[in-house]
Write a new protein. Structure first.
Length: 548
């Protein structure tokens, strides 16, 4: 390697080569490098056994110095894929300044910058494959530290165990949440209402996205239940409602959910629902968040794609700069869902780096010999995952948060209410106009509506806001009549202010989306957006979801 090449090696790359030399040098001095020695070296460096033997060969073929191990350099023989020194210097510098940073720019963005600098210098532009090969040669631990931090890099080192291996479809599904890096607009005024939240589920074996939910509500037990309902049901009706013409055949009950330790993943609603349907729960070991790396990389790649949509907030303030996210926002919540559905369909048909096949192909092959259990009644399934409330039964029914619920079907239980004790109730926070009461035998649910059927459907957040407002006005006691009167007043204020204030628009949109199946009709399906037109979002296939 030339002196110039040594001097142009990025600091992180050079430090990684020094560390490799400390392990590879003594190993290469041995007459024979056995499997045990190679595996030990691989564990120390966080690389594969094959890579160890490659490095040993390069050390022996060279002169036994650190530069023999620098990525992209070999003994100089044919097939080395070496670029001109000037181009190699540009690639190394852009990788150091643009790729090995916490902003985690995509390969496409890095290649564009390399191409720009090469054109300015009158040099031949390297192919994207050449750039990818140099990225894969980076020392994995130091590059992961540079892009994701030291905690993320722990997954590349021995960490006292790894997540259990799985071999069948839906044997393990990883689920996680994230705020979406884009501002959405309301459907009435097309004005910004803020960032929504995404809950995604991915099958570990096939790497297929099996569930996806976008809401305006923060992550909760309900959003987990909605995502699970999306996992287990046929997605064709959902795609038709969105106006998406794409195949998404991945559905069925997972055998196990792999989750982090967030409170919504440990709620009674989720535990009881999974028990009901025979779904196991496994949690990441405390302090080892990388054990959920598959779903986290999925979400990270989704956000990279979202960063190209109008109205993106980017992944950091530094990335956003002076970009006006609110001013550029054009997508409604449903349009964002439609875009994500199309992006997932594209991803399923792309060759996955880890699988060396398309996720859709792996799913189709394994599904042919599997007995996947799907659910036909999405609402009935969702009930088992709604938040749990416990109440005693009175002659007038149940009371939850100042609201009475009653049905004539409760009469046999009212006569036995003293011996039956507290009942298990489930309530959908998006629409509290009805509850589901678990019968004393624990085998089925009875749907019970408002006692006063003329009351409008409201959400739990509206109910809480109305109670808080009544307390502010000095009401010591709250009853059902004053509660609904206050909700009506607050809705009127929201309708009046929805063209002016962001919060009012968001609240109005939350109410429109809340009642299952009763929200506003979908807007007409827009024409396919053209790439490059300002204000339109072209659907692009996912790139590399994860590199494991």
């Amino acid at each position: 390697m030339t002196e110039r090449g040594v001097l142009t090696a990025p600091a992180g790359v050079w430090d990684a080569a020094v560390r490799q030399a400390e392990v590879i040098g003594p190993l290469a001095e041995k007459a024979r490098v056995g499997l045990a020695d190679a595996d030990e070296a691989a564990a120390m460096l966080g690389i594969s056994r094959r890579q160890v033997y490659v490095l040993v060969g390069r050390w022996r073929a060279g002169v036994g110095v650190v530069s023999d191990l620098l990525p992209g350099r070999s003994s100089g023989g044919r097939g080395s894929g070496r670029l001109p020194d000037e181009v190699e210097a540009i690639v190394a510098e852009v990788l150091r300044r643009r790729y090995l940073t916490r902003q985690r720019r995509s390969v496409a963005a890095v290649h564009r910058e390399i191409a720009r600098q090469c054109r300015v210098g009158g040099l031949r532009v390297p192919s994207r494959g050449s750039v990818v090969r140099r990225i894969t040669r980076l020392e994995p631990i130091s590059s992961t530290v540079a892009r994701e931090g030291s905690e993320a890099a722990r997954r590349l080192r021995p960490a006292g165990g790894v997540p259990p291996a799985v071999v069948d479809l839906l044997e393990q599904v990883q689920v996680d949440h994230t705020p979406v890096d884009v501002i959405v607009v309301d459907e009435q005024h097309r004005m910004p209402i803020g960032r929504p939240y995404l809950t995604a589920a991915i099958d570990v074996v096939s790497r297929c996205v099996v569930g996806l939910v976008v809401t305006l509500e923060a992550p909760s037990a309900t959003s987990v239940g909605l995502c699970l309902a999306h996992v287990v049901t046929d997605k064709r009706p959902w795609l038709e409602r969105l106006g998406v013409e794409a195949a998404w055949p991945m559905s069925g009950k997972p055998r196990e959910l792999y989750l982090d330790n967030a409170s919504e993943f440990k709620s009674e609603a989720l535990r009881r629902g999974c028990d009901q349907h025979g779904i196991g729960l496994r949690y990441r070991p405390p302090g080892l968040p990388h054990f959920g790396g598959i779903v986290e990389r999925l979400i990270g790649t989704m956000m990279e794609l979202v960063n190209e949509l109008p109205g993106t907030t980017f992944s950091s303030i530094a990335d956003r700069g002076t970009y006006d996210s609110d001013g550029k926002a054009v997508l409604t919540l449903r349009e964002l869902q439609r875009w994500l559905a199309l992006a997932v369909a594209c991803y399923h048909g792309q060759v996955h780096e880890t699988l060396s096949r398309t996720p859709a192909g792996v799913w189709a092959e394994k599904a042919a010999g599997a007995e996947l259990v799907t659910v036909t009644n999405e609402t009935a399934f969702l009930v088992d995952f709604l938040p749990v409330v416990r109440r005693t039964l009175s002659r007038s029914g149940f009371v939850i948060d100042y609201v009475q619920y009653y049905s004539d079907a409760l009469r046999p239980w009212i006569a036995r209410r003293d011996e039956l004790g507290r009942f298990v109730l489930r309530r959908d926070p998006r629409d509290i106009s009805r509850i589901w009461v678990l019968d004393p035998d624990g085998t089925d649910y009875l749907e019970v509506p408002y006692r006063t059927l003329s009351r409008p459907p409201i959400s739990a957040w509206e109910q809480k806001a109305a109670v808080a407002r009544l307390r502010e006005l000095g009401r010591a006691e709250v009853d059902e009549d004053t509660l609904f009167a206050m909700v009506a007043q607050m809705r009127q204020i929201t309708e009046t202010a929805s063209a002016v204030t962001r919060k009012a628009r968001r609240d109005r949109q939350r109410r429109s989306d809340a009642p299952p199946g009763t929200g506003p009709s979908l807007p007409p399906k827009p024409p396919a957006p053209s790439a490059g037109q300002d204000g339109e979002a072209a659907v692009r296939p996912f790139e590399v979801i994860e590199h494991w």
